[in-house]
Design a protein around this ligand. Sequence first.
Ligand code: RP5
Length: 279
Amino acid sequence: MYHKKCRAAVYPGTEKKPVFRTMVTDQQVPWETAYETSPYSPNNYTAPVVLAKPSWADPEDPNAVPLKEYEKRAVHTRIVRDSQGFPLNPMGRTGMVGRGILGKFGPNHAADPIVTRWKRDAEGNICRDAPDGQPILEFVAIKRNDTGEWAIPGGMVEEGHTVSATLKKEFGEEAMDTMQLTNNERETVRELIEQLFANGTTVYKGYVDDPRNTDNSWMETIAVNFHDNIGNLTSRFKLKAGDDAGDVKWMTIEPGLKLYASHLDFIQRVCDRRGALSP
Ligand code: RP5
């Protein structure tokens, strides 16, 4: 499958003053495909906020990033660099060079907590799909402020942070607004999250078809499912959207579901493992 979401005409976040990607067809995605009529000449864009050199961004020259750092980043995919030192997207062309809004050359690492429970009726019985009787799952989804799409409440793994800490932190901040709670409230929420997140199942590791990806910078993630089989823990969750999210809710996983980036693929994997109705 070719990446698709990172080939939309307008680069995300530039809607007011659109920055366009060069059109890349499915056949032109693989690096091995030669351009027959005119050479591939993608637009070059790195967002001003990235060029302003915040702590989370690389210097402008990809060769100024130490080799050791690239080795550290090559967790899921090997990093191949072009003759000028720019890492090349492992899934192929995106119609744009530069880093876009992403800070790092090569992979930008994220973590995605998929919190699920069975959908239940008023009597507490698990809801099932007709006619096959497959049980139906719900997961905690947030509405992203940047694209307005529903998504898993994931986030970037910051320097010096572990994936497991990031999973809990992002879930707390985005789905339970922990930043705005009093110390006591925050402690109660922290304990609940600790309990649920004590047992997780990794459902995906690797490249994400994120709309922000470019030829030189892309997203990779680890998606972990935390399932509350009885539903007694999550019934105590008070969902409230944090700063990065416009909304949060328990979303039913059913056919027709549309999600940000390749999140639907991660959700499909959860359903396969749990024998639940597919999206
Ligand atoms: C996606 O971007 C990942 O799967 C994760 O959900 C998200 C992380 O980026 P931010 O939400 O921090 O922008 O590719």
